[in-house]
Write a protein that binds this ligand. Structure first.
Ligand SMILES: Nc1ncnc2c1ncn2[C@@H]1O[C@H](COP(=O)(O)OP(=O)(O)O)[C@@H](O)[C@H]1O
Ligand SMILES: Cc1cn([C@H]2C[C@H](O)[C@@H](COP(=O)(O)OP(=O)(O)O)O2)c(=O)[nH]c1=O
Length: 211
């Protein structure tokens, strides 16, 4: 049984996740809670090595899916579950919803295979039918065209950031599909000034009873 809070941040590149994760960490620490801040792909030395490959090397969608789930398995076992057992707030910049959005909706990979990998990788070792999932997912929803404007001229794009807007339209739909099926999603209208985005985050946390 875990006693912590597993909070994931999701959305297409440029949606504004990184711009609010510092304030989220400060909010929970200000409440006296321990925070484990992490990201995917990554979160462990092996995961970060796999991240570099996934973000930069061309590869088959199955290969990409296996690598992100391989990184996730280490991340779940070495970082997330131990932190939740300590009672930490785990702030995770992306998790499995990104795989369904990017490899599934974006690259057209088989959602059934992704579901099987999700069950294998996130199964609780003590209770195989229980899957580790975020308790709350903040979904920064932004029109892909706006995201593209925000990222234009940013640093050298990685393999995903270099994708055309049409790819991100599919990714955005992939998130919407996951959100429709999971009450743990809270949609944040990311097409607002930063302060209004933060206000939505705060009211969501209060409405969900987590802050
Ligand atoms: N509410 C906002 N309005 C306008 N620009 C924003 C907003 N939030 C973030 N940005 C800018 O958009 C870009 C992407 O933001 P970032 O937080 O890195 O997104 P993500 O982590 O989701 O990829 C950055 O240049 C950031 O300064
Ligand atoms: C977790 C995950 C991320 N990704 C992609 C989404 C992003 O484009 C990229 C991660 O980059 P991102 O989270 O945007 O980090 P940064 O802000 O440093 O660019 O990896 C997948 O394709 N599948 C996944 O399962």
């Amino acid at each position: 049984m875990t006693t912590g809070l597993f909070l994931s941040l999701e959305g297409i590149d440029g949606a504004g996740k990184s711009s609010h994760i510092d304030a989220l960490e400060a909010l929970f620490r200000g409440q006296g809670r321990a925070v484990t801040r992490t990201r995917e792909p990554g979160g462990t030395p092996l995961g970060e090595t796999l991240r570099t490959l996934v973000l930069n090397e061309p590869m088959d969608p199955l290969t990409e899916s296996l690598l992100v789930f391989a990184a996730r398995r280490e991340h779940v076992l070495q970082v997330i579950v131990p932190a939740l057992k300590r009672g930490d707030v785990v702030l995770c910049d992306r998790f499995t919803d990104a795989t369904f959005a990017y490899q599934g909706a974006g690259r057209g990979f088989d959602l059934g295979v992704l579901g099987m990998l999700e069950r294998w990788v996130q199964a609780d070792p003590a209770h195989a039918d229980v899957l580790l999932q975020p308790g709350l997912t903040l979904w920064f929803d932004l029109p892909p065209e706006i995201a593209a404007e925000r990222l234009a001229g940013a640093r050298l794009p990685d393999k995903f950031e270099a994708q055309p807007v049409e790819f991100f339209r599919r990714v955005a739909q992939g998130y919407a599909d996951r959100a429709a099926a999971a009450p743990r999603f809270a949609r944040i209208d990311a097409d607002r000034p930063r302060e209004q985005v933060w206000q939505q985050i705060e009211s969501t946390l209060q409405a969900r009873g987590v802050a």
